[in-house]
Structures are given as structure tokens and as C-alpha cells.
Design a protein around this ligand. Structure first.
Ligand code: MN
Length: 673
């Protein structure tokens, strides 16, 4: 069992005395709060945080990270609060530990490969500080090392999660040893037969392989010495899962995996040029296998890995895989992002380090500017996907949303009906308002009710285009429906007031003309337009009123007058209602030879149908209206008419009839200059 002194011994190589004291304090704290707890192995629980801290100190990570390793399960598994941690160990540590607590609460329910990438992104997004992820990975390493104490189904579940989620994350950070160890441990539980087979074959061939390895190493080393290139040559069996994957991907047998041993030339020189020189020596020594050379120095991998890879036909006609790299490249290849940690104290920032960080930063899509290495590790925000949040469905699937998304967005992403009928939401089993902003790792459950409908307000709370368009669709449809109802109602009333029946008029030719005039395809559209208030029901009724009476008058209309009647100056202009001109066939009675035009102004309350109401009173005297106009302002409708009257007596009768109308406020004759 690891002891605190082992950790402190390692830490004192690179940490200050105050930092060591803090680590010691964290150890005592952890021991106190975890007291009495045991692991499945039967060991005291404390062994776990100790082992995790041990892995972190081996990686030479900073004191806050090691302390967080010691405390990583305290909030989750003991009565400790974030506030207590902050009081005892400061903001930095409490931030890391509470981040770790959040991470420990999510688990990858879905075992689908396509979901694994989303889950990885979620973990990255939740690891707002890269150190959270480092501790999480160390935690996973130790849990995998002690996986045999779990129940069989849990073992497979955790192993699958490790293989699909955590090993790729270690790889993304470039921490090769961690990736390999996680893969091999997961492999052991996921495919025990294949694992044992490969393990025993590697062991069986160990002796002969060892001899062979020494032979190849020596040949290469001697050649390098001849040209004064300094460095070391390594030959090691690949990790078991690496061999398995190769067999699987290339459909070959174990014996055909020639490069079970990976050779590596690590040069003392820090010059890239030396790597290419070493390469030319290897290629001069043995024939290269065509198509196997890869230049990861000129073009590093996404995790910033740099090396030259080649395969050659070796001394016994077998294929040999060789990697060539400088020591700094090697450091990076093995330790990845953790390799940088050790530079954080004291040392000046080198240009090549700067560019390495830049590359890594690009690879990780981190946005924060890095000014110095000290800031690099402590402030590196793993804002990998800053625009996105990752949440779980009740089935454990991961869904991605833009930041600011709400449960309504989530509901529409499931199904349009779920969205439309959404009445509430639960996040991690607690009811939240529909305007709640989804957070990384939330598990969302939507509460629906049949017959429930979206509200216009929802448009304020949604950010996904899907939700926006679905809500708009629904509102448009709804408005169309209600405008139909309203429009029909208005038209029915207006027609009735004029002793007409709208349903009868619908089929008339006049209606067809009206539709053409308004460029509307159907009567339903006309009804909607009335409902929306874009066309007044009066306009439509007027057309019918006039045509209904027109035959009588126009028959008697002489040719000359008819032309005059069609003149554009004659018509009803309805200002204020889109300036629509309604043609007004003229009801001109030629028998009234002495008719003369009179301008009148009728002031009414602005109500639907006032113009029609006044007009119908005038026409009831069997006289002609040659001009009518209504202007509406502040609830007042000013109706202007030019009517053709026979005499003053008739005009007075008309005036008193109009005054009878409830809507009329005043009436006057206007003398035109
Ligand atoms: Mn743990």
C-alpha cells in the first residue's frame, strides 16, 4: 500500500515545502472523512485516493492536482461540502474537486459506439480545467487496476466505458502510457479469451524475441555510432490491445504480426534534421517497405505527437517497425500534455515549446491565450466545445445543444409532438422551468400532456432552429385557423346586415372577380385576409350590394353616361384600409333629371360597417352616390359622400334618416368652392 511519505518523497523533487505541507494536510483530511469506509477489495477506502494521488505525482502534476486527487471523492462520498474544501484548501482545489464531483455523477448509459464521441465531448466540456480531466483519468486507472473486485456485469460495463471513452481521451491528451494501460485493462475484461491468448503467445516467444530485439538494437546502434549520432535504441513488445487490433484490422494471425516489437530511436540531439539523418541510415541498412513511411514531424498528429515512422525488411527478412524521434518528442509522445507540467516552474519559455503548445491548443480548440507556462497549466480551460452543451436523454443517450438551449429545444429534438405537448421538464429528477438553460451532464425528462399546445412565448426560450421552426409552424397554423373563424364571422354579420347571405354569395361570379382583384386563390384565403384585418368585410359586401342593384340602373344607362360611370374618378376610396379602391357601379337614375351633386360629411363612431350603414340609408331614397370616402382617426370615422339629390326637401329627409343611425355623431353639408 502506498504511503503518504512515498507521495511526499516524489513531490519534494519539484514542489515547495508549503505545497508539501498542504498535501499532507489533504491526506489527513481525506483519511478523517473517509474513515470507516472500505472498498470492495476490503481495503480502507483511503487507499483509493492515495493511489490516485500517487499516479498524479508520478506525472509531476502541480500541488492543487495532487490535493484534488486525495480529496476527489470527499464531496460525493462523505459529508464534506465544497465550502469546507474551499476554506481548508482554497478556491483552486475546491473548483477542481467540485468539477470532479460533477463528473463522477454522470455515467455513460448508452453502450452505442456512435454515442461515445458525444460522451467524450461532454466530459471534455465538463472538464473546464484540464486538471479535472487528469484526476479523472488517474481515478479511472486505479479503478481499472482494481476492477476484479466488482461484480461481473459491472466489470464489463466499466471496461466498455474505459475502452470507448477514457482511453480515447488519454490519447487525445497524448498521454500514451495511460492510453495503453487503459486499453489493455479494458481488453482483458471485454475479450478475456483473446486477451489471454495474445498474452501467453507474447510471453512464450519472450526468450527468442529478447535475443532478436537485442540483435536489431545493436545493429542500429552501431550504425549510428559510425556517423556520430548519439541516442538510444529501444525495442519493446507492443501493448496487447495494439497487437489484437492489428490482427483484427488486417485479418492476420498472431505470427503474421511482425512488428509485435516496436523499435524506437531516441536521439540526444534536439534537431529535427538529425531524425532524418537517422532515417537515412536505417533505410541504407535495410530495405524500406513501400508506403509505410510516415512523417509526423513535418505533420504532427492532432494530439501533437511527433515522430518518423518507417517499416523495413529486417536482418532475417522480417518486417520491422521503427520510430525515430528526439528526446523532447519522446517526452511528449509518452506523457502528452502532462509533459508540459514540469516546465511550469522557473524555466524560461522556449520558442519550440510555445509552438508545441500552440499546436496542442489548436488540436484541443482551446481559445484562451497562453502568456506563460505557469498560466498554461493552471488556467488552461478545456473550452473544447464552448458553444455546445451535452445532456442525457432518460435512456442515457447524449444529445448536443447550442449553449442557452432549454428543455423546449430538447423536447423538439425528440419529436415534434413531444415539443408541442410539452408542459414541463425535469432535470436530474427535479422540476425546472421551461426557460431553464441546459447544463453539461444534465439528464432531461420532458413532461407532456395530450392536447397541450406551444405558446408564442416559447420563441423567447428556444435557440435551436428546429424548435423555432416547429413553434412558428404551429403558431402560423393556429393563426390561420383563428383568422378563418374570425373572418367568416365578420363576413356573415356584414352580409346579414345588408340582407345578404355570405354562403350564397360565395359561389357567385362576383366572388370570383373579387378573388382575382385581390390575387387570392380561394375564398378561404379571402376569409383569412378578412380575419387578419387586411381586407374589410365592407369592401366585399359593397361589391355585392352594387351588383345586386346594378342591372336595374345600368340597363337604363345611356351609352354616354355609362362611359362616364366607368371613369376612374368614380369609386369608393377607403383610405386607411390599404387605400383599396373598390369599383362602384353607378346607380344612376336618369328619370331624376334635375338631380344635382351635394357634398356631405357624416361623422360617425368608428365601427365596422359604418360606411355601408350610411350608404344604405342614402340609397334607400333611391338616389345615387357618386363618391364615397371614409377616413378613420381616433375612433372617429369621417364619411364623405357626393350624392345626387333632386331638391332640398329630399336632402333634409336624407339628413334626418342618417341622424337616426346610432353610430352617427353629426352630419353636415359641405359647400365646395
Ligand atoms: Mn474515485
Amino acid at each position: 500500500m502506498l504511503r503518504i511519505n512515498d507521495i511526499l518523497d516524489k513531490a519534494q523533487a519539484y514542489l515547495t515545502a508549503e505545497e508539501l505541507e498542504m498535501i499532507q494536510k489533504a491526506y489527513i483530511y481525506s483519511a478523517t472523512v473517509h474513515q470507516g469506509q472500505v472498498r470492495l477489495s476490503g481495503e480502507p477506502y483511503l487507499t483509493h485516493p492515495m493511489e490516485v494521488a500517487g499516479i498524479l505525482v508520478d506525472m509531476k502534476l502541480d500541488s492543487a492536482t495532487i490535493i484534488s486527487g486525495l480529496l476527489h471523492d470527499t464531496i460525493e462520498d462523505t459529508l464534506t461540502t465544497k465550502e469546507q474544501i474551499e476554506r481548508e484548501f482554497g478556491k483552486d482545489v475546491s473548483f477542481l474537486v467540485s468539477g470532479l464531483t460533477k463528473l463522477s455523477r454522470i455515467s455513460f448509459g448508452s453502450q452505442e459506439e456512435r454515442q461515445a464521441e458525444n460522451f467524450r465531448k461532454m466530459i471534455l466540456a465538463m472538464s473546464s480545467d484540464i486538471r479535472i480531466l487528469m484526476v479523472r483519468l488517474a481515478d479511472r486507472i486505479h479503478n481499472m487496476r482494481t476492477l476484479q473486485y466488482q461484480k461481473p456485469d459491472r466489470r464489463v460495463y466499466i471496461a466498455r466505458e474505459t475502452m470507448d471513452v477514457y482511453a480515447p481521451l488519454a490519447n487525445r491528451l497524448g498521454i500514451n502510457w495511460m492510453k495503453m494501460e487503459l486499453e489493455d485493462m479494458a481488453f482483458q475484461y471485454l475479450s478475456p479469451d483473446a486477451y489471454n491468448e495474445i498474452k501467453s503467445r507474447v510471453a512464450k516467444s519472450y526468450e527468442s524475441r529478447n535475443l532478436y530485439t537485442e540483435e536489431v538494437k545493436n545493429i542500429i546502434f552501431q550504425e549510428l555510432v559510425k556517423v556520430s549520432i548519439q541516442g538510444e535504441v529501444e525495442g519493446r513488445a507492443k501493448h496487447l490491445y495494439g497487437i489484437y487490433r492489428k490482427m483484427h484490422e488486417q485479418h492476420i494471425d498472431f505470427d503474421e504480426v511482425y512488428d509485435v516489437i516496436a523499435f524506437r530511436i531516441i536521439l540526444d540531439s534536439e534537431k529535427e534534421k538529425t531524425c532524418y539523418e537517422a532515417l537515412s541510415i536505417v533505410h541504407a541498412l535495410w530495405k524500406p517497405v513501400p508506403g509505410r513511411f510516415k512523417d509526423y514531424i513535418a505533420m504532427p498528429k492532432a494530439n501533437n505527437y511527433q515522430s518518423l515512422h518507417t517499416a523495413v525488411i529486417g536482418p532475417h527478412g522480417e518486417r520491422v517497425e521503427i520510430q525515430i524521434r528526439t528526446r523532447a518528442m519522446h517526452e511528449w509522445a509518452e506523457k502528452g500534455i502532462a509533459a508540459h507540467w514540469r516546465y511550469k516552474e522557473g524555466r524560461a519559455f522556449q520558442d519550440d515549446e510555445d509552438s508545441q503548445i500552440k499546436k496542442l491548443r489548436e488540436a484541443l480548440e482551446v481559445q484562451k491565450d497562453i502568456k506563460n507556462p505557469k498560466e498554461f497549466m493552471s488556467n488552461l480551460k478545456m473550452a473544447l466545445f464552448p458553444e455546445d452543451v451535452y445532456v442525457f436523454t432518460p435512456h442515457g443517450d447524449v444529445k448536443t445543444f447550442p449553449r442557452g438551449a432549454t428543455p423546449i429545444d430538447f423536447a423538439y429534438s425528440i419529436h415534434t409532438d413531444v415539443g408541442n405537448q410539452c408542459i414541463g421538464a425535469k432535470v436530474n429528477r427535479n422540476i425546472v422551468p421551461l426557460r431553464y438553460h441546459l447544463q453539461n451532464g444534465d439528464q432531461i425528462e420532458i413532461i407532456t400532456q395530450a392536447g397541450h399546445h406551444p405558446s408564442k412565448d416559447w420563441l423567447k426560450y428556444v435557440v435551436t432552429s428546429r424548435a423555432i421552426s416547429k413553434i412558428r409552424n404551429w403558431i402560423n397554423l393556429e393563426e390561420k385557423n383563428s383568422s378563418q373563424t374570425l373572418g367568416r364571422d365578420l363576413l356573415d354579420k356584414e352580409f346579414k346586415r345588408n340582407n345578404l347571405k355570405f354562403s350564397t354569395c360565395v359561389k357567385s361570379d362576383e366572388m370570383k372577380k373579387i378573388l382575382v382583384e385581390h390575387s387570392l386563390p380561394t375564398v378561404e384565403d379571402l376569409i383569412s385576409q378578412v380575419g387578419y384585418g387586411r381586407i374589410s368585410p365592407r369592401q366585399i359586401v359593397n361589391s355585392f350590394l352594387v351588383t345586386a342593384e346594378a342591372p336595374k340602373g345600368s340597363e337604363k344607362l345611356p351609352e354616354k353616361t355609362r362611359k362616364k360611370a366607368a371613369a376612374p374618378s368614380l369609386g369608393i376610396s377607403l383610405t386607411g384600409i390599404d387605400d383599396v379602391m373598390v369599383k362602384f357601379a353607378i346607380n344612376w337614375d336618369l328619370r331624376q333629371k334635375h338631380a344635382y351633386p351635394v357634398h356631405i360629411k357624416v361623422v360617425c363612431n368608428d365601427r365596422k360597417g359604418v360606411l355601408t350603414e350610411v350608404s344604405s340609408v342614402i340609397t334607400s331614397f333611391d338616389i345615387n352616390i357618386s363618391f364615397a370616402q371614409v377616413e378613420t382617426t381616433d375612433m372617429i370615422a369621417n364619411c364623405m359622400f357626393i350624392i345626387d339629390v333632386n331638391d332640398l326637401q329630399q336632402l333634409n329627409s336624407i339628413f334626418s334618416a342618417i341622424r337616426q343611425l346610432k353610430v352617427v355623431r353629426s352630419i353636415e353639408r359641405i359647400r365646395k368652392a
